[in-house]
Design a protein around this ligand. Structure first.
Ligand SMILES: [Zn+2]
Length: 266
């Protein structure tokens, strides 16, 4: 059976869990929720890239293991929340334990798998709940500095915070995640969707020329100052649009990842 990606179901379930445990302040600690639910939570002793965490089953008991290889608490929180998504979301337990009692995840990896996408959506909604952010978002400004503020407030990674900010903001925002000059993922805010006849960059495409992101990739000089660039960009270099629109493009190399985060705002 093919299952449709159900973002709103994942979001609603996260809201219910926050209500059940009477959590109304940030940051949300997903390990506390797991423990309150009776799940064991442990680090993976020897973490490998590509594995963010695991959900384990033993009889009718469950446990979560999370990866620490990035040394990034925000990423660890997202990984734990992703496994909680598999625990709570309808149909997930049956699906993830089809082949055995261990499910291995790569959270936040833009997987095409609908169950993985739902668990990511659950994690984003649990750690960055719209209800707790709606009075804050408009105060924390725009662009990369707003994403940093959100990440500090919610104890989440920059990538997860950038995507969530883009989903919730009323402002113009485009977020692109790339690796080695190739686009992994692009997300745009409601305001960008409203532009006429746009085509957004797709997974697997090259970083377009004339952009600040291209400039960062072209600079092999891997010094601190070259890991964070910003400048003006014509949005039509990124999106196929009828008109030219100018905006600010900020580009950041993400620590231990080979990933690059591009934030376009105006
Ligand atoms: Zn998973």
């Amino acid at each position: 059976m093919i299952k449709a990606f159900d973002y709103s179901m994942a979001q609603q379930r996260a809201i219910k869990i926050l209500e059940r445990y009477k959590i109304s302040t940030l940051p949300v600690n997903p390990a506390d929720i797991a423990k309150a639910e009776g799940l064991m939570v442990k680090e993976i002793g020897k973490s490998e890239p590509g594995v963010s965490g695991m959900l384990l089953r033993s009889g009718d008991r469950f446990g979560i293991m999370y990866s620490t290889y990035l040394h990034n608490q925000g990423f660890e929180n997202f990984s734990i929340a992703h496994e909680l998504g598999h625990f709570y979301l309808d149909g997930h337990i049956d699906h993830v334990f089809k082949a055995g009692d261990i499910h291995i995840s790569n959270a936040g990896s833009f997987s095409k798998d609908q169950y993985e996408q739902e668990a990511d959506a659950f994690a984003a909604s649990l750690l960055m709940p719209e209800s707790m952010l709606k009075d804050i978002l408009w105060k924390i400004g725009d662009g990369f500095s707003a994403i940093e503020s959100l990440s500090r407030l919610c104890n989440t990674s920059l990538t997860a915070s950038a995507l969530r900010f883009t989903d919730l903001t009323e402002n113009f925002m485009i977020v692109i995640i790339s690796t080695n000059n190739i686009i992994d993922y692009c997300r745009i805010s409601k305001k960008v969707w409203n532009l006429k006849d746009i085509f957004i960059p797709k997974h697997g495409q090259k970083i377009p020329p004339n952009t600040i992101t291209e400039k960062l990739y072209n600079n092999s000089n891997n010094t601190e100052s070259m890991n964070h660039l910003s400048g003006d960009v014509d949005i039509s270099d990124w999106l196929e649009t009828e008109k030219s629109y100018y905006a600010t493009e900020e580009v950041i190399r993400l620590g231990k990842y080979e990933r690059v985060l591009t934030v376009i705002s105006k």
